[in-house]
Design a protein around this ligand. Structure first.
Ligand code: UP5
Ligand code: MG
Length: 201
């Protein structure tokens, strides 16, 4: 596909900051196509015949970042699939909300060079204690391999050490809309809406 037919918004924030939850709102109100890198990896993990199943399982449980070739291929295939099966109305661009990616500086560079540059970065800023409480609660029913205290600690560590530098780098380029994410789902969404509309999206 051609990059001039698509708008990409990266949606970043710590584990449990509310990316998936707020994505559902943005899909409903703004016609975004939601692509969660984590969801795509979990689907690939269980796909019959995948050569990456074991690798993905191990990385996710350890809170480590899966080699980017795998993730970028999944994202770019999902974008192409979406454009093929539900193309945007003539004369409009498809809007992709890329949730939980890029999580490492080299992934950001690689994606923007080989797939599509991002228009904006939406960032959910949430204290660790709030995120931990949410994830432990979700872990009671989610069935996710990484919603346990040990994995959560590792995910937080990776986020601080490896993923925050991505946000900081985009901040320097004035591409970040940052929203405090420790209030209610509705309150956070009001801030998200105000932030992206201020940027003309
Ligand atoms: N909740 C949400 N908002 C709330 C609010 N305002 N008030 C009260 N409760 C709120 O929310 C988490 C929970 O909190 C839910 O129960 C929700 O109801 C509640 P959710 O919206 O799911 O938060 P989200 O930020 O999406 O949390 P998630 O756990 O999905 O974040 P992660 O970034 O950790 O997970 P992801 O799926 O993106 O990645 C998982 C793993 O995949 C990574 O650790 C990594 O190993 C791997 N990965 C890669 O290697 N590369 C990638 O590019 C992406 C992922
Ligand atoms: Mg999520």
């Amino acid at each position: 596909f051609s990059t001039k037919d698509v708008t990409v918004v990266f949606f970043l924030g710590g584990p449990g900051s509310g990316k998936g939850t707020q994505s559902a709102n943005l899909v409903k109100d703004y016609g975004f196509v939601h692509l969660s890198a984590g969801d795509l990896l979990r689907a690939e993990q269980v796909r019959e015949g995948s050569q990456y199943g074991e690798l993905i399982r191990e990385y996710i449980r350890e809170g480590k970042i899966v080699p980017m070739e795998v993730t970028v291929a999944l994202l770019s295939n999902a974008m192409a699939d979406s454009l093929a099966t539900s193309p945007p109305p003539a004369g409009t661009k498809a809007r992709f909300l890329v949730d939980g990616f890029p999580r490492k500086l080299d992934q950001a560079v690689f994606f923007e060079e080989t797939v599509c540059p991002s228009e904006l970065v939406l960032f959910l800023d949430c204290p660790e204690d709030v995120m931990e409480t949410r994830l432990l609660k979700r872990g009671e029913t989610s069935g996710r391999d990484d919603d346990n205290a040990a994995s959560i600690r590792k995910r937080f560590h990776t986020f601080v050490e490896t993923s925050m530098p991505v946000v900081d780098d985009f901040q320097k380029k004035d591409k970040v809309v940052s929203v405090k994410a420790d209030s209610s789902i509705e309150e956070v969404y009001e801030q998200v809406k105000a932030g992206i509309e201020a940027r003309g999206l």
